[in-house]
Design a protein around this ligand. Structure first.
Ligand code: URA
Length: 252
């Protein structure tokens, strides 16, 4: 009956995550459109704003994702020479993401830094080297997984991404994840975890258990850049990646 136990545990995890998200979204006044079967709201040229009869502007519910196509190449082609937010003018490279287009595991970070902007590849600086070590400690290679960020362009001085930048970029991340169809997403750091889970709960409280993003199990963990400053947190990241490995093996 291990199968039934696992299914029950998975269902409980789903229900807990949904409850948590509904409570948080309700508290913050976000629309609970996912409860009514609506797709996530779109954001780029396809953001559609509708005038309600009362004159208030509300986000249209619900067009499909704005990104046409189902392959990563098509998603990339749709982004083109993206200038949907002001970061387009400042970047050297658009850092789309890289790795196995059929990866079972996708890592999502915050945004490119200086090294990534210079090379056009995600996680290639000091934090990226630590991420590579984590991946290898999991018995995988960088080429086995897919690595990308919430934002595809570097914010100046590595400042935090702004809401309009996220709104412009997140649909492409969603489309990337849809194209890949991973078994597990690992959100690296506060920013990626809070953005994907639409929550302000601190990473220290989010990590250590699976949440759900667009139907995909999501494990938040500390960002490798945080680990460089706080090496003692490595054991918690190791615990998180063990949970991921178990899940990938069908054991968790
Ligand atoms: N930090 C991130 O979040 N992403 C990168 O690509 C590099 C550093």
């Amino acid at each position: 009956m291990a199968g039934a136990g696992e299914a029950r545990e998975e269902l409980l995890t789903l229900v807990r995550s949904l409850k948590e998200r509904v409570e948080l979204d309700r508290g913050q006044g976000y629309p609970l459109s996912y409860l009514t079967g609506c797709q996530p709201a779109a954001a780029n040229s396809a953001i559609e704003k509708k005038q309600s009869p009362g004159g208030t502007t509300t986000r249209a519910c619900e067009e499909p994702l704005p990104v046409k196509g189902t392959t990563l190449e098509e998603v990339r082609a749709t982004m083109d020479d993206c200038h949907r937010c002001s970061l387009g003018q400042l970047r050297h490279s658009l850092v789309f993401g890289e790795g196995n287009p059929n990866a079972e595991l996708v890592f999502v970070g915050e945004a490119p830094g200086a090294d990534e902007d210079a090379q056009g590849r995600p996680f290639v600086g000091a934090a990226g080297q630590l991420l590579t070590k984590i991946i290898e400690a999991m018995g995988l290679k960088r080429e086995d997984v897919y690595i990308c960020n919430i934002l595809k362009c570097r914010p100046p001085e590595n400042r935090n991404p702004k809401p309009d930048e996220i709104a412009a970029c997140e649909p492409f991340l969603m489309a990337q994840l849809q194209a890949i169809g991973p078994k597990v997403i690992c959100a690296l750091g506060t920013f990626a975890a809070q953005t994907l889970l639409k929550t302000e709960v601190p990473i220290s409280a989010l990590r250590g258990r699976f949440h759900v993003y667009q139907g995909i199990p999501l494990m938040p963990t500390y960002h490798p850049a945080y680990l460089l400053r706080n090496p003692s947190a490595k054991k918690q990241v190791w615990a998180d990646v063990q949970l991921i490995m178990n899940r990938l093996r069908g054991e968790g």
